[in-house]
Design a protein around this ligand. Sequence first.
Ligand code: 9WO
Length: 250
Amino acid sequence: MRFDVISLFPDMFGAVRDVGVTGRAHRQQRWQLQVWNPRDFTHDVHRTVDDRPYGGGPGMVMLAEPLEHAVAAAGQARAEATPSVILMSPTGRRFDQSVAQELADGPGAIVVCGRYEGVDQRFIDRCVTHELSIGDFVLSGGELAAMAIIDSTVRLLPGVLNTADSALQDSFHETLAGLLDSPHYTRPEEYQGERVPEPLLSGHHANIERWRREQSLKLTAQRRPDLILKAREQGRLSAADEKFLQMLDR
Ligand code: 9WO
């Protein structure tokens, strides 16, 4: 897996390249990152990467040319004949776990991070193959969105998580089935008068699993009823799940 990122702030990407689970995977060469700065693809003394918007209005717009040359250089460094070029944008397709899985199943991508008020539309029309959004909010630039996407994709690569965590990841898909996770507890057994729920202390694994499943269903029904409908459509709810949900409704 290889990501080539186009960004005016290359230093930000140390956060995924060097730190935590993704940092360890990078040191193990399970994925590669190269960040290309559009400023390095300018030719004027000021190394200009932006200019005022035609038609007026606030702020500045990123120039098409340095972006296109940065994408071309990144493309030359990649193995694919036609790499995906993904622009981080609030108007893109919504990123979710299934998009992360699609990305993890491929060779990676060139990821373009805009700054200022936006990027010249002619660059988007000429060079961008996909647009992805991580949610309905505006950021100061595409970098934090790009790092979210890289993080969630790299976690899915073989060997990145330890065996216990990958089992967990499986259970997110197979057992939890896209429901919200149940609450977690660790020591002490009593904290500020609040006890750990009894089933978790029982050592009775069937009871623990049932309690967790019911907590998941309850939390998901309360907070994300859309995910209950989705799980039901996908045939991921058992008869026991449906019975418990019915009981919640009364
Ligand atoms: C901003 C914008 C706002 C309304 C409609 C369309 C839009 N496109 C962009 C855009 O591409 N902006 C560039 C990147 C430049 C300004 C900062 N940028 C940005 C990306 N802000 N927020 C995002 C983003 C990316 C992915 N998911 C959520 C937010």
